[in-house]
Design a protein around this ligand. Sequence first.
Ligand code: SF4
Length: 320
Amino acid sequence: EAPLLQIDDLVKQFTVRRGLFARARKLSAVNEISLNVRPGETFALIGESGCGKTTVGRMVTGLEKPTAGTIRYRGTEMVGRSQRVTDLRREIQMIFQDPYASLNPRLRVWESVAEPIFGFRLMPKSAARGRVEELFSLVGLRPDQMDRFPHELSGGQRQRVGIARALAADPKLIVADEPVSALDVSIQAQILNLMRKIHGQLGIAYLFISHDLSVVAHISTRIAVMYLGEIVETGETRAVLRNPQHPYTQELLASVPRRRVSDRSERVRPPKGDLPSPLDPPSGCRFHPRCRHAMPECSASAPAQREMPNGARVRCHLYD
Ligand code: SF4
């Protein structure tokens, strides 16, 4: 089956200047990543904060422009502003970490949910309220909550509104950027169950971005592990979690006790040492300053991607 989303050699660099007279420097946020999302699947992108995963999501939704590389959605290159690109953008919606920040505080929540319906002219205005009512019921909100303002709802209810708003545009792909990490643990499970239910009912594909391995363990079919702007390991979620090959993935998993992978309160604890600055990424394998298996060649050259017997693809000199 042709992928819904195909990303190839995607690069994003930001120019940063610290101080008025400092010289401009390039920050390498995303470095030549490739991945694809199939129709109706949940693909997880995981890594520590600052690894570039959110930047990938923002490029996929058009909020950020790539420095190089291609993003194809249903076969169409999504960089640019042609009518075809604008039409296809509707099919890619985003759920944000903080729904409070993404909802207009001065609008009643039903109006925020209706905005994409008006914006994309999906139906006459007179029919929009009825459609929003349907969406509210789908995400587990009551009709009488439609006329509330965002501050009158709880965090979990606001995230349900954020999900309803994403669904209002009739998407085929939802980029979910840490959709539960701002919520209480008890609420996290409810929102994840809701997302799973929507996935089952509507067959929408997710690009699910998270730092929380225990969250993606249950929701995704495939996973890519990012480290400092690069994908170091990717494969079927089960295979990767059962038998991680890259030393970074191994450390991420070791920090989540096995029996508690199902406990959503357990977060990824990053490996020892700080994440190096993307302004000055380490040479060769970017993980080498923190890797217990580092060898002389690790700082000299970047490892190529290799396919392992379990189908996962790994970048590490251990497998040369
Ligand atoms: Fe560690 Fe070397 Fe593999 Fe990088 S390439 S993860 S430094 S062993």
